[in-house]
Write a new protein. Sequence first.
Length: 248
Amino acid sequence: MKTIAVIDDDVHIGDILTEILRQEGYTVLRAYSGTEALYLLSQNRPDLILLDLMLPGLSGEEVLPQIKNIPVIVLSAKADVQDKVSLLLNGAADYITKPFHREELLARITVQLRKSEKTKDASLLTAGSLILNPVSLEAAVKDCPVRLTRTEFAILKLLMNNPGRAISKSVLLDRISLDTPDCTERSLKQHVSNLRKKLQEAGGADYIETVWGIGFRLNAGARETDAAPKQIPGKETGKPGTGSSRGK
């Protein structure tokens, strides 16, 4: 079931949109101002956003650039071509002028969700049962979700983009600096250790290998076990995977 966020301060229009979307089987999230919208998006990740421009607080034009990797359809009474061009060039996936027809809105939503799915499938990174989605910022091993910190995700993404290649610590720090500027050479070792532990607990394989004197690399051929995805606190689940002490 797809989730759509409706960001519009007009309660009446928002209610109409919510009813239309729910009738089509979508889950709906609501926000009534630009500030509330940013908070909503910090706590949730909808599959698509319907964004009004005339919002109290932050306007739709100010909110739009802060939305990343989620298709946004702008709904506005502004019909000027230059307004549409500007918004499309600044990140909007589509633009519908109010008033709009129900069928047209639903068709445009379907098209954008279809495009989004194709983008997600094309961008998936895999190594055995390990899957990383750079678009939704999600990771999973054997279909078991793995919760990663921002730094852990950036490290894993870089290693998965370079399977089998040893990445030096200096290169790692430089390449992930835009996403995680607070990561240092001292803390990098601990981040990698935590990441390795999470992946091992989820799938039983040691996906990250320490290359002594250089750095780390992704072990794409890591052997997985049939152990339960997660250990039960207080119970023995077997010996830890081989090489679990590397990089510590």
